[in-house]
Ligand binder design. Structure first.
Ligand SMILES: Cc1ncc(COP(=O)(O)O)c(C=O)c1O
Length: 432
């Protein structure tokens, strides 16, 4: 699952005791495991190997250029959704030809930037964007490959805020209208190699943290039917980008391995003879990171016990945003309180205390856990907030004028700072 484990009563990331890292760098602190990033990337690559997919790691998940470098080194391309993410991908040595670019609101400047860079696949989300990208590429004298993002109206059974493939969401073009858009554009589109858009692909991304194969199967079946129809009409269709969304274990063992998704999809994908792309984010990075926090105070509230830590919702907003569950445990829990290796069920453990783990920010939503059973802790003890490698630092802010935490990448028995802790000067650096 990942390379975080308790040895001799304390938490290790690969072969480094996380306490040792926090002793030298302080808290709050993000700690990532290189071996875990690579293991999850390889699981996906192996599972989908029969269709030789282009694996585009989703930069929004965790865009630290050192994380991107690790994945680029393993062969990954990148899924970007802004000019800034393309900049990050390129800064990390990513090959733009292996990048896909989605997003409902690309600006003209961003489109020009991506066309100039030689982006691999433009995932276009509306008719208006299609004609705009085509016009800009023609002006620039460049031919570009494009896919239409289709909204297949499939319910991925995940949180409403990360559901993206249902009719009422803003993403993509309705399946019913998509055929008409392809046919109309085929009449005006540039010949292969000529300047302008070559619209020969379909993109879907139905949501995130998906733990069932059926929504993918349904979505793929729907868009393959459309592709077949368009091919029968003589249109060239050669790309299918399946998006990301593969879920991970946060709270339970419900997530599926990549091989389960691949087993369900491969027969259809192989038969389609399309070039396949996938855009995993959370599956690769989610369980490859944790956030370390220091216990500041214990407090008896009116009806609850609070453990107040030095990390806040500005560092990790997922609990507030999605009611997300993150397993929380002391980094040195003592021999009596070593959690099970998969960190799921601690209900049988005697002596735990039920507490709310909260941060210092002036918002009631500033919490990491409500009514959670953890070992008794004291001021000065450190806690690990697990599964914080995805959408965690990436969504951090300086709210309450709190400098962002440092990020560290562990590789075997060594670690290095991959982003320095921000300082007070950083808070006002752009305000002079
Ligand atoms: C277009 C697109 N692709 C890929 C992803 C990555 O999703 P996940 O991290 O669930 O794999 C996202 C996430 O929002 C996305 O919007």
């Amino acid at each position: 699952m990942d390379h975080f484990s308790y040895r001799n009563g304390e938490l290790f990331c690969e072969d480094v005791a996380v306490e040792r890292i926090a002793d030298s760098l302080g808290t709050p602190l993000y700690v990532y495991s290189k071996a875990t990033l690579l293991a999850h990337y390889r699981q996906l690559a192996d599972a989908f190997a029969p269709v030789k997919p282009l694996i585009c790691y989703s930069v929004k998940t965790n865009g630290n250029i050192n994380v991107l470098r690790v994945l680029a080194g393993a062969g990954a391309g990148f899924d970007v959704v802004s000019g800034g993410e393309l900049f990050r991908a390129q800064a990390a040595g990513g090959d733009p030809d292996k990048c896909v670019y989605a997003g409902v609101g690309k600006t003209d400047a961003e489109i020009r930037q991506a066309v100039a860079a030689g982006i691999g696949l433009f995932n276009v989300e509306s008719e208006a964007e299609l004609s705009n990208v085509d016009a800009i590429a023609r002006q620039m004298g460049k031919g570009i490959r494009g896919a239409l993002r289709i909204n297949p109206d499939v319910d991925p059974h995940t949180h409403a805020h990360i559901t993206t493939g249902k009719k009422e969401t803003k993403f993509g073009i309705d399946l019913d209208r998509a055929g008409g858009v392809f046919r109309a554009f085929a009449k005006v589109q540039a010949a292969d190699g000529a300047p302008g858009m070559h619209l020969t692909g379909v993109h879907i991304h139905i949501g995130s943290q998906i733990t069932e194969v059926e929504p993918y199967v349904e979505a793929v079946r729907k868009v393959l039917a459309l592709i077949d129809e368009l091919r029968r009409d003589g249109l060239t269709m050669d790309w299918l980008d399946l998006g990301g969304g593969f879920g991970i274990n946060y709270e339970n063992r419900h997530a599926l391995p990549a091989s389960a998704f691949a087993a369900a999809l491969l027969p259809m994908l192989l038969a389609s003879k399309l070039q396949i792309a996938i855009e995993p984010g959370r599956y690769i990075a989610g369980n490859a990171g944790l956030l370390m926090a220091n216990v500041l105070y214990l407090k008896a509230g009116g009806t609850k016990k609070f453990v107040i830590v030095d990390a806040g919702m500005n560092d990790l907003i997922r609990p507030m945003l999605y009611d997300a569950f993150h397993f929380i445990w002391p980094t040195r829990p003592g021999a009596k309180f070593i959690p099970p290796a998969d960190r799921t069920d601690v209900s049988g453990m005697a002596g735990l205390e039920t507490v709310d783990v909260v941060g210092p920010i002036c918002e009631s939503g500033d919490f990491f856990a409500h009514a959670r059973a953890i070992p008794p802790v004291q001021r000065g003890q450190r806690l690990a907030i697990f599964s914080a490698g995805a959408y965690s630092f990436a969504m951090s802010s300086q709210y309450n004028a709190r400098p962002r935490p440092a990020e560290v990448l562990v590789d075997g028995a060594t670690f290095r700072v991959i982003r320095k802790r921000e300082t007070y000067d950083d808070l006002i650096a752009l305000e002079k």
